[in-house]
Design a protein around this ligand. Structure first.
Ligand SMILES: [Zn+2]
Length: 392
């Protein structure tokens, strides 16, 4: 790994190691196939242009983005066919009852008209707090009446569904310690499983289904629901958690579920990353110049590609405040976990990076005519492909 002195002594939390991410991208070389990043949040034409350059350097050929409806044309103008869009509610509207209710139906229609083929339903435990603020406790329940109406609309339009149900185990031990209010981690899955059966379109459960800490739980979930796919988005969470599994647990998991695990980063791109906010505490995890924005976005692709492709075993360049959250005596807020490369083989990388996403898209529309049990699932890799080992 090449070190630079660009930030000696004062490295930002997205580049603790002072890496030159351009050199690092060249050193990694092109991935075995152009990567589809199934989970990003792109907004702001100037920042998206910077993101586009980073994505190209790291071999990302297409990004699926949650972008506010009004910004879809501008983002498309920058990235062309390198971007697809995922429908989301209009979060800028303070009338949350409308935004998460009938207003979302209108947004789904409008996104569909612009070519979007996936609808995102965010249902993290803290959605309960937002629903209470809006004055309707079941407003954002994944199996609540509003969400079911919106899911039906997605199905009617031949769209797929993306959802976020779990958060890190660390949050359930801290932020969500009040299980009377938020439920246990396992409680988050009952509504998801009901909806997976009720709406048998292809689903992506983001952040490895919200439970990368528990691969055997995910095995059960994927077994019970053939229409379920997972993405690897939330870079810090994935780096911390997948590095902690004994190798080759994650490679074996990807191999057990051919075509069901999609690459995703959860990179958030916005013009606010290009200028100082005036708030000194905003040194936090955000960028405040175009150069920093480039490093912020690059850090996620560097970390994920290093995690999946290499045998790197060393500090992550990205600070992870969750370590401090759970164990403040051991970890400072700007500490980072060990990143342990998982050495996926080239065939597994090609599946994770691209063919799983292509298979997912190929299910759209066709699955509407099928029962959940009939949704086509990609077959395991033929044995001759398994000889190509990773970096061992
Ligand atoms: Zn996200």
């Amino acid at each position: 790994m090449s070190q630079t002195s660009r930030c000696a002594g004062d490295c930002p939390p997205f580049n603790r190691l002072g890496l030159n991410y351009d050199s690092e991208a060249a050193r990694l070389g092109p991935p075995p196939i152009g990567i589809i990043d199934a989970h990003v949040h792109l907004r702001g034409a100037a920042a998206v242009a910077i993101y586009g350059g980073v994505a190209e350097r790291f071999g990302i050929s297409q990004s699926w983005s949650m972008t506010p409806l009004a910004e879809v044309p501008a983002v498309r103008e920058v990235l062309g066919d390198r971007v697809r869009f995922i429908a989301q509610p209009d979060f800028s509207n303070p009338d949350r009852l409308h935004t998460m209710g009938d207003g979302f139906l209108e947004q789904i229609d409008a996104f569909h008209a612009l070519g979007a083929s996936i609808v995102k339903f965010w249902a993290a435990p803290r959605a309960r707090d937002l629903a209470d603020e809006a004055g309707q406790a079941d407003l954002m329940n994944l199996d609540g009446p509003h969400r079911q109406m919106q899911m039906q609309r997605a199905c009617d339009l031949g769209m797929a569904i993306m959802t976020h149900v779990g958060d890190p185990d660390t949050w359930f031990e801290t932020t969500y310690a009040n299980t009377m209010r938020y439920g246990s981690k396992r409680d988050q899955y009952a509504p998801l499983e009901r909806m997976l059966d009720r709406f048998p379109v292809p689903w992506i459960a983001a952040h490895l289904g919200g439970w990368p800490e528990n691969l055997s739980w995910l095995d059960g979930l994927l077994t019970r629901h053939p229409n379920l796919y997972l993405d690897t988005s939330a870079t810090k969470w994935m780096v911390r958690t997948l590095s902690a599994h004994a190798r080759p647990a994650f490679a074996a998991f990807v191999e057990r579920w051919p075509g069901r695990i999609l690459f995703g980063s959860d990179i958030v791109v916005q013009d606010a990353h290009l200028a100082a906010s005036g708030d000194d505490t905003a040194r936090s995890s955000q960028a405040s110049t175009p150069v920093e924005a480039r490093d912020l976005y690059a850090s996620r692709y560097w970390a994920l590609r290093t995690l999946f492709e290499t045998d790197y075993n060393g500090p992550s360049p990205i600070a992870d405040p969750d370590l401090h959250l759970i164990d403040p005596k051991t970890w400072g807020e700007s500490d980072a976990p060990t990143l342990r490369g998982q050495c996926l083989s080239a065939p597994l990388l090609r599946m994770l990076y691209r063919s799983a996403a292509e298979g997912f898209l190929s299910q759209l529309g066709a699955s509407l005519k099928q029962e959940a049990s009939e949704v086509q699932v990609l077959q395991p890799l033929p044995p001759q492909l398994e000889d190509a080992k990773g970096c061992h």
